[in-house]
Design a protein around this ligand. Structure first.
Ligand code: PXG
Length: 288
């Protein structure tokens, strides 16, 4: 595997960063997780757009232009002969001193890894997954805004550990008001009386690219799509529930906090959206 670091390609055993990089010392940086399908990078422009928004929010001047990021991502796939896989794009604050002042960091570092990902077992896509609500809540917008895809994922990792301790792969995170925000690495949807519903971004969700795609697909298929505040009660009484994310794609949820959702099997609307999503991922994107 060849890893892109600051314009050069390194063998994976030689792809290293400094222990003084503030990405490591403080989680100071931003990232994106992107997929390639069938020789194309899916929604690449949208991912680079979001990288720029995250960077802007943390006052990080990205060292490459939008077009250069697109080109470097595609080129890293090419060098790895990757046609189907997962691309991790990371920008750190760069090498600095001990002490958290970011102005001591000389220049941000760009890392691009093109590899594989398998987030959940295949079985869960067939039968649906069980998830639980966990005590760790989403960050407040006034703290580390949850819209920023920063290298500081401890909040989500704590929630993930809590889910794992309860025997589940994914956790529902509420916001400080008790409304459903999203999961640790996936957005959440329910289907109720044919309507496709997902929490509003103001509830503390990431501006998920898969979330946006699913909303477009659901509208195309004639469903009403809305973003109301949702409570756990709304989830328990939904006809269907599913999660969306670049890694997970669309995965049905059939049990939440011990309550069976709908008839306990992945729903028809979920299955239809999964099929539409797979058709789109296979046929569109930036050619490698
Ligand atoms: N919420 C959070 C907190 C995320 O980190 C999503 C929602 C889904 O967003 P997208 O834009 O991917 O539809 C994410 C994305 C991993 C991994 O390594 C995590 C994500 C994506 C890819 C891999 O666990 N999270």
């Amino acid at each position: 595997m060849k890893v892109f670091i600051d314009g050069k390609y390194f063998d994976e055993w030689n792809a290293k960063v400094s222990v003084f990089d503030h990405g490591l010392l403080y989680g100071d940086g931003v990232f994106e997780g992107i997929r390639a399908y069938n020789g194309r990078v899916f929604k690449l422009k949208e991912h680079i757009d979001r990288l720029f928004y995250s960077a802007k929010a943390i006052l990080l001047n990205l060292p490459l232009s939008h077009a250069e990021f697109m080109r470097a991502t595609v080129e890293t796939c090419r060098r790895n002969k990757l046609r189907d896989g997962y691309i991790r794009l990371v920008v750190t604050r760069g090498v600095g001193t001990l002490g958290l002042n970011p102005s001591r960091c000389k220049s941000p570092s760009v890392i691009i890894i093109a590899g594989k990902i398998q987030l959940y077992p295949k079985e869960m896509y067939l039968r649906g997954m069980e998830i639980v609500t966990v005590p760790t809540t989403r960050n407040l917008h006034s703290a580390l805004n949850p819209a920023i895809k920063s290298l500081n994922y401890l909040n989500n990792i704590l929630a993930k550990i809590e889910a794992n301790n309860a025997g589940c792969e994914e956790a529902i995170m509420l916001n400080a008001e008790g409304f459903v925000a999203e999961c640790t690495g996936d957005n959440l949807f329910i289907v109720k009386a044919g309507k496709v519903l997902t929490p509003p971004l103001s509830a503390g969700a990431l501006y998920g690219i898969t979330r946006g795609t699913v909303m477009d697909l659901a509208r195309e298929a004639g469903h009403e799509v809305a973003e109301p505040n949702l409570t756990r009660y709304d989830l328990f009484n939904a006809d269907e529930c599913f999660l969306s994310g670049t890694g997970a794609e669309i995965i049905p949820v059939t049990k939440i906090d011990g309550r069976v959702i709908g008839d306990g099997k992945p729903g028809l609307v979920t299955r239809k959206l999964e099929n539409q999503y797979h058709a789109l991922t296979n046929g569109s994107g930036e050619p490698i």
